[in-house]
Design a protein around this ligand. Structure first.
Ligand SMILES: Cc1ncc(COP(=O)(O)O)c(C=O)c1O
Length: 434
């Protein structure tokens, strides 16, 4: 054994334990100033910070800061924490997984029982034949785009450039392919040239879709409720009409439910609000599929389509790795047992009612809109903007995030109790009626 505690080439467990404890405690006990200095100095500045007080503990819908503040999480990591932070079922699953020295990563060419179990669970819950696993949410629309392109070339056999229709106000993540759909100058600036084959239609306007669809269209890619775009809900007859149009033109429908999925809008998936005929050909999932413990995402489709992916045609080292699969299996089990869709539906109604009453007393609010626990507060543009109000709300003790300046979104963990929500609503009332 060397004085670094190694036997052969690997640390012995006792020494590893001591080093890990030291590393962890360094993170746990670091001062707010030092933590921010490290972030400023060593980490890319692609995000602005809402606060300079680091978050060091999280439980359910509550976050705890380095300086001892308790903050209500009104964003839930953009719906990745629908089940609240540190869900006990997922934590227990991880403890078992680690205690039994299960392989955390293998390479997908080796069989893993947890991925099989996850596949069974997720296909049973969603009613699709097959699941393609991935990491972060953006990999889901990326995979969907590749799949519909294969279908366009091999099955529909389009003659020209295959086209995918997207919508104004949409958001599908930040890879180069889907960056081009954003309407935000900063998000687009300096990244061209972009991938060809994407055309825009107006969200919620069936006539615009009719004008855009043509013989080279292979797919329509849409969020059934737009999240980043400002909690935009299409008219009730829009998605059924979209599907009818897609069918008539032999075009596939991709729903990006990375944010709306797993109960957020009051149904397991937002498309279910609009009837069976609105079941998409490809469903993109992510975020709370892992209860926030790891990046886990993917797409669901029936075999006829999914079999266009054959060995070697798509893949990822970590996508569907054993530890992610075990985490997602536990998260889905918790979503089912806790019935997140019903919770979101009931609590969403309660919150909407209260917010509408607050809006009536506030000079800042233009509109409250939402589905389930996916709620947006549209601000009048002659008062403080979303960022200013988010800062005031943070001072009170809660996190809300603006989208495009004038919409604040309220998307807390769905498991927040009525008592938690009342506390958050009290803070909103104070800031909005002062
Ligand atoms: C609808 C939608 N698709 C895709 C993504 C990208 O997910 P991720 O940030 O995990 O890559 C997001 C993220 O907010 C999203 O809202």
């Amino acid at each position: 054994m060397t004085d670094t505690g190694t036997t052969g080439t690997r640390l012995d467990p006792i020494r590893a334990q001591a080093i890990a404890e030291k590393l962890y405690l360094e993170g746990l006990n670091i001062s707010a100033e030092d933590a921010i200095e490290l972030l400023d100095k060593h980490v890319a500045h692609n995000y602005g910070l809402l606060t300079r007080d680091p978050i060091v503990r999280a439980e359910g819908p509550w976050l705890y800061t380095r300086t001892g503040r308790k903050i209500f999480d009104g964003v839930a990591a953009y719906s990745a924490a629908n089940l609240g932070h540190n869900h006990p079922l997922v934590r227990e699953m991880l403890m078992h997984f680690l205690a039994h020295e299960s392989p955390t990563v293998l390479g997908r060419f080796l069989p893993d029982p947890f991925l099989g179990l996850l596949g069974k669970k997720i296909t049973e819950m969603t009613g699709y034949d097959s699941f393609l696993p991935a990491n972060g949410g953006v990999e889901a629309p990326e995979a969907a785009i590749k799949l519909v392109r294969r279908w366009g070339h091999r099955v529909k056999k389009v003659k020209g450039t295959p086209e995918i229709i997207y919508f104004d106000g949409c958001f599908h993540g930040r890879t180069l392919t889907v960056t081009q759909v954003l309407e935000d100058e900063v998000a687009l600036d300096g990244y061209g040239p972009f991938v060809e084959g994407f055309v825009k239609a107006e969200f919620g306007d069936i006539e615009s879709l009719k004008r855009t669809i043509n013989e080279n269209t292979i797919a329509i890619m849409i969020e059934p409720v737009q999240g980043e775009g400002g909690i935009n809900i299409p008219p009730d007859d829009y998605l059924p009409a979209l599907h009818k149009l897609a069918k008539e033109n032999n075009v596939l429908v991709i729903y990006d439910e990375v944010q709306t999925g797993w109960g957020r809008t009051g149904k397991l998936f937002a498309w279910e609000h609009y009837g069976r005929e609105c079941r998409p050909d490809i469903l993109c999932v992510g975020k709370s599929l892992s209860a926030g413990y790891a990046p886990v995402a993917g797409i669901l489709a029936d075999n006829e389509l999914m079999q266009l992916f054959d060995p070697g045609s798509h893949g990822s080292t970590f996508g569907g790795c054993p530890i992610s699969s075990a985490i997602a299996l536990a998260a889905l089990t918790a979503i089912e047992i806790e019935d997140l869709p019903s919770q979101a539906s009931e609590k969403g109604k309660y919150v909407m009612e209260k917010l509408v009453a607050i809006a009536a007393k506030s000079k800042y609010v233009a509109e409250i809109r939402g589905k389930g626990m996916m709620i947006g507060i549209e601000l009048k543009q002659d008062g403080p903007n979303g960022h200013d109000l988010a800062e005031k709300l943070y001072d009170e003790g809660m996190i809300m995030k603006d989208t495009h300046g004038w919409v604040l979104r309220f998307t807390p963990p769905i498991v927040a109790t009525i008592e938690d929500l009342d506390c958050a609503l009290g803070m909103i009332e104070k800031v909005f009626t002062e």
